[in-house]
Each structure stands twice: as C-alpha cells, then as structure tokens.
Write a protein that binds this ligand. Structure first.
Ligand code: PXL
Length: 272
C-alpha cells in the first residue's frame, strides 16, 4: 500500500483540510499520515471567530524523529498552510521521500477573487515556492491568478486565456496543472488538466449550490486516485463526480462544509 503524508491544518470543526483528506485518502486504499502545522477550532470561511495554535516549532522535531527512524513517504499532499510552514515542509519533503515520491500542492489560500482571511497580500508568492517542482498543482481560478500575478477573471474568459494562465503556472515549476472552476458554458463547470504538452478538459453539470470545503474534497480524491494508478484526467473526473455527489447529499441548512461521508461508498466502488 502506498503511503502519503498530508500537511495541512486541522480545523477541528468544519469538514475541511485534514479532517477531509484523512478519510477520503484512506477510502482510496492509500495509507494516509498527517502533519498539522496548525490547529484551529474551526475554519475561517464563514465562522465568526476561531482559535489558532501554530505548530511551526514542532515541525522540525517531527522531521528529526522520522529521519532517525527512516520513516519515508511515497507522496506528499499540502493544502492550507502559512508562510512559516513552507521551509519546514520543503525540508521534510527533501529528507522523507521514497524514490520517485510525488508532490501534490493544493494552494488553498483564496476563492471568489479574494485571499482567505488572515493571509497577507504577498502570501501567494510564498505559496508559489511550494508549487515549484510539484508534480500536481491544483489551484482554483483565483489562486491561479494570484500565484502568477495575473488579472483575476472569474467569468467571461476565453479558452486561450485559460491556457495562458496554465502556461504561467507551469513556468512556476509545476509539472502538471489541474485548474479548477473553469467554465466556458454557463451550465457546465469543470477543470483543465495539463501535463505541460497537452490540455484536457473535464466538465460536469453546474450545480446551483456552492459549498465550503469542496476544493479539499477534490484535491484529496485526486491525490488518492492518482496514487492508485488513475491518470490525471481520470482522477480529476472522479474527484469532480465525488464533489458533485457530496454537494447533492448535503442538506441546505448545512452551511460550513459538504457531507462527503455520505458518498464514501461511491468513492470506494469507483477506486475498486
Ligand atoms: O478549505 C480550505 C481551508 C482550510 N483550512 C482553513 C480554512 C480554509 C478555508 O477557509 O479557513 C483553516
């Protein structure tokens, strides 16, 4: 069984980051280790307030113990992290990689044209350091624009503009780019999947509801599926189907996340 380390916060309540990645990646049949660089009472996307315990100082201690014991991983998947976490993460990737280890980067920092609360305006340039050399980078349109200092266009763009944004992401050092939230047709929403030489698209019927945490569900299923041998296009298509199914399974009054728990059987079946 492949072993993946996910490095992103624990938001104790809110169905995002580690609390989504661990169950979904495990359901894919991939052993999932976790390293939370911060613990929050709840996520910052709609709750009124939160506590934040930074664990930057602990990351080096963890790395030291892993190095002492020869603990290594076949893949790393980073999500929501802060500036102080980036150097310790790059160090762990350097010292704890099995040969050929893959690096998945979800630059979870922004949506709908805005950085998440708490990130400084120059944070995207720090996140870009994680994208350099990553095997798979999975930004939404806002994150892609911020990472590449491009104009944020959430609608009314051409395919050419999308493909030029993708080219800029490759220039940051990303080997494969999965750009999410792409739409050329008002009733379809999907992603563009680029390996640097060809760009493929996957679309689903656009749902009227948008929910928090869907980017984390998408990235987790994508990483799990790639680790189980799916191509990037197959993994992106499966991740999008699971996100849509999870949104549809979420009751209207459940505002802070998606009920991904209800679609775990579909994921297990699809991965086989
Ligand atoms: O879903 C991304 C995410 C992860 N972690 C925290 C967040 C968010 C988005 O708002 O606030 C703490």
């Amino acid at each position: 069984m492949k072993k993946l380390l996910t490095i992103q916060d624990i938001s104790c309540v809110g169905q995002c980051s580690t609390t989504v990645a661990l169950p979904l990646i495990s359901a894919c049949g991939v052993e999932c280790a976790i390293l939370p660089p911060a613990i929050l009472s709840n996520h910052t996307g709609g709750f009124k307030t939160w506590s934040f315990a930074d664990l930057t100082g602990e990351l080096g201690n963890v790395e030291k113990k892993w190095v002492e014991q020869g603990i290594k991983f076949d893949a790393f998947y980073t999500g929501y992290v802060c500036e102080s976490h980036i150097d310790p993460i790059l160090s762990i990737v350097r010292t704890c990689s099995n040969e050929g280890a893959l690096r998945f980067v979800d630059p979870a920092m922004a949506d709908n044209g805005k950085l998440y609360t708490g990130f400084a305006d120059d944070f995207p340039s720090k996140m870009a350091r994680l994208c350099d050399g990553a095997d798979y980078v999975l930004p939404n349109l806002t994150e892609a624009a911020f990472l590449t200092n491009s104009e944020v266009k959430l609608s009314g763009y051409t395919q050419e503009e999308i493909e030029s944004l993708i080219a800029k992401l490759h220039r940051l050092g990303a080997k494969n780019v999965i750009l999410t939230g792409v739409s050329f047709d008002s009733d379809k929403l999907g992603s563009a999947i680029s390996d640097g030489s060809k760009i493929e698209y996957d679309f689903n019927q656009r749902l009227t509801r948008m929910s928090h945490g869907t980017g984390d569900v998408f990235a987790s299923v994508f990483a799990g599926a790639v680790m189980r041998g799916k191509t990037a296009l197959e993994a992106a298509a499966l991740a999008a189907d699971i996100v849509c199914e999870a949104i549809n399974a979420t009751s209207d009054d459940h505002w802070y996340g998606v009920s991904f728990e209800k679609v775990m059987p579909s994921l297990v079946n699809a991965i086989g």
